[in-house]
Design a binder for this molecule. Structure first.
Ligand code: HAM
Length: 421
C-alpha cells in the first residue's frame, strides 16, 4: 500500500514556503496598519452554524461540506469558510458590547468537497478580514481598498476588481420576482440545481457555474434597477469612493457570490494569471448575518482570499523568492576534525550565520559536490593539515578562490564577508 495525500489536498513543500511566509507577513503588517486584530476560531463547528449562515441553497451547504457525527452524537462540519464562525464568535463573546466597531482578521485552512482542479482544492487556506459594526459605504470602500492595497504590497499585478450589489431584505423580493419573470420561459433549459432554486432562492441561479445555464443569463434584467433607493444610494457611494481612491473596477450585475449572507455590496478581485479559477479574493457586505445567527443587528463587511491562488500568481510573476540566505557549508575531513567542526557550527549559528555540516566522513570532492548542490556561498574545509596549523580553509564556491585563515578568526571573517558589524 502506497500512501499519498487525499484527493484535493496537497503538501506544502519547503521550496514553496517562502511564498507563504511572504503572503502571511505582508497580510499581518497591513492588517495591523488598518488596525485589525487577529482571531482564531476552531477548525470544526456545529453543522447548523454553516447551514444557517451560508444558506441551504448554496453549493457549499448542498454538496461541499465535510460533515460528520462525533462520538457524542453531535453534527459537526470542517469549516468551509471563516465568516460564519467569526459571526458566531462575535456573538458568543459579546464583542458588540466592548467596541462599536470590531475589526478582525484570520488565517487558516478551510474545507470544501469540490472537484479538484488547478487552483481549486478540498483543503485550502484563506486569509480574511471582517469589519463588524459599520453600515456606512465608506466601510465597504475601505475594505475593498484594503484588499487592493494588500495585493499591491505582496507585489501581485494583473488584478481587477468586480463589484455589484445584491440588494437588501426590503428589495430582494422585487429583484427575485423580476428574475423569475425573466428566467421562467427558459427554465426547462436550465440544470436541476437551477430548477430547484427557481422557487426558493432565484438569485442563486446567477451563481450557477454550468456553461449551458450561463448562456441563458445574457440579456438578464439589471438587478440594480429593482433595488430600493437606500441600496442604490449605498452602491453609488461605494462606487464613487473606490473610484476616487483611484481603484480601477468594473460593475458585474451577475456577481451574486456563492454564499447567501450577502446584502448590498459584493465584490471579487480577479487575476489574469489564474485561468478558470481566477477569483483570488471575494467578499461583500452581510448586514443580516449576525442577527440571523441570534445576535444583535450589526452591519458587517469583509473579504477572504485564497493563499494557494496568491502563491500561484506570485510563482508566475517573479523568482525573487528563489533567492535564499547565504549558506556556509562546513566540510570536516576525518573523525577528530568532525568533533571540532561540530562545535564550530554551533558557534557560527549562535553568531547568526546559517550553516550546514556533513558528518558522513565523505572525501573532500564529495563534500564540495554537496556544498554546490546546496548552493552554499562558502565551504569551510578542515582537514588534518589545517588542524596541525590551527587554521581553516575558506573556499568561495562560485568564484573558486580560497584563503587559509586562523581557526579562531573564522567567525569574524564570515561576519565581515556578510557585511555584518
Ligand atoms: P469565497 O469566495 O467562497 O468567500 O472564498 C474566498 C476565496 O477563497 C476565493 O476567492 C478563493 O481565492 C479561495 N477559495 C475558495 N474556495 C477555494 C478552493 N476550493 N480552493 C482554493 N481556493 C479557494 C468566502 O469564503 C467568504 N467567507 C469571504 C468573505 C469574508 N465574505 C465576507 N467576509
Amino acid at each position: 500500500m502506497k500512501y499519498t495525500v487525499s484527493r484535493g489536498t496537497k503538501d506544502i513543500l519547503p521550496e514553496e514556503m517562502a511564498y507563504w511566509h511572504h503572503i502571511e507577513s505582508a497580510s499581518r503588517s497591513l492588517f495591523d496598519l488598518y488596525n485589525y486584530q487577529e482571531i482564531r476560531t476552531p477548525i470544526f463547528e456545529m453543522t447548523d452554524l454553516f447551514e444557517r449562515g451560508i444558506g441551504t441553497s448554496t453549493d457549499i451547504v448542498e454538496k461541499e461540506m465535510y460533515t460528520f457525527t462525533d462520538k457524542g452524537d453531535r453534527r459537526l462540519t470542517l469549516r468551509p469558510e471563516g465568516t460564519a464562525p467569526i459571526a458566531r464568535a462575535y456573538i458568543q463573546h459579546s464583542m458588540h458590547k466592548k467596541e462599536t466597531v470590531s475589526k478582525l482578521y484570520y488565517c487558516g485552512p478551510m474545507f470544501r468537497y469540490e472537484r479538484p482542479q488547478a487552483g481549486r482544492f478540498r483543503q485550502f487556506h484563506q486569509i480574511g478580514v471582517e469589519c463588524l459594526g459599520n453600515a456606512h459605504p465608506f466601510s465597504d470602500a475601505e475594505v475593498i481598498s484594503l484588499g487592493v492595497h494588500l495585493f499591491d504590497d505582496m507585489g501581485l499585478s494583473g488584478l481587477s476588481v468586480s463589484i455589484n450589489s445584491v440588494g437588501c431584505v426590503v428589495c430582494r423580493p422585487v429583484i427575485e420576482e423580476r428574475l423569475k419573470q425573466f428566467i421562467g420561459a427558459n427554465l426547462q433549459g436550465l440544470c436541476e440545481d437551477c430548477k430547484r432554486r427557481f422557487n426558493s432562492k432565484p438569485l442563486r441561479i446567477l451563481d450557477c457555474k454550468n456553461p449551458q445555464c450561463r448562456a441563458y443569463f445574457s440579456g438578464m434584467p439589471d438587478i440594480q434597477k429593482s433595488q430600493c433607493h437606500e441600496c442604490r444610494d449605498h452602491f453609488n457611494s461605494v462606487v464613487e469612493y473606490i473610484d476616487s481612491l483611484g481603484i480601477p473596477f468594473n460593475i458585474n450585475p451577475q456577481l451574486v457570490r456563492g454564499l447567501e449572507y450577502y446584502s448590498r455590496t459584493t465584490f471579487e478581485i480577479l487575476s489574469e494569471h489564474l485561468g478558470a479559477q481566477n477569483a483570488i479574493c471575494g467578499g461583500g457586505r452581510y448586514d443580516g448575518l449576525v442577527s440571523q445567527m441570534g445576535g444583535p443587528s450589526v452591519p458587517a463587511v469583509g473579504f477572504a482570499f485564497g493563499i494557494e491562488r496568491a502563491v500561484m500568481v506570485l510563482q508566475q510573476m517573479s523568482d525573487i523568492f528563489k533567492r535564499k540566505d547565504p549558506l556556509i557549508f562546513v566540510a570536516p575531513l576525518g573523525f577528530e576534525q568532525q568533533t571540532k567542526c561540530f562545535f564550530l557550527v554551533d558557534e557560527l549559528r549562535r553568531a547568526g550565520i546559517k550553516c550546514e555540516i556533513d558528518y558522513s566522513k565523505g572525501e573532500l570532492k564529495a563534500q564540495l559536490k554537496q556544498a554546490n548542490k546546496l548552493q552554499a556561498e562558502y565551504a569551510l574545509i578542515y582537514g588534518e593539515t589545517e588542524a596541525e596549523k590551527n587554521t581553516i580553509v575558506v573556499k568561495h564556491m562560485t568564484k573558486g578562490q580560497q584563503v587559509e585563515i586562523a581557526w579562531d578568526s573564522v567567525v569574524n571573517y564570515l561576519k565581515e564577508a556578510h557585511g555584518q558589524p
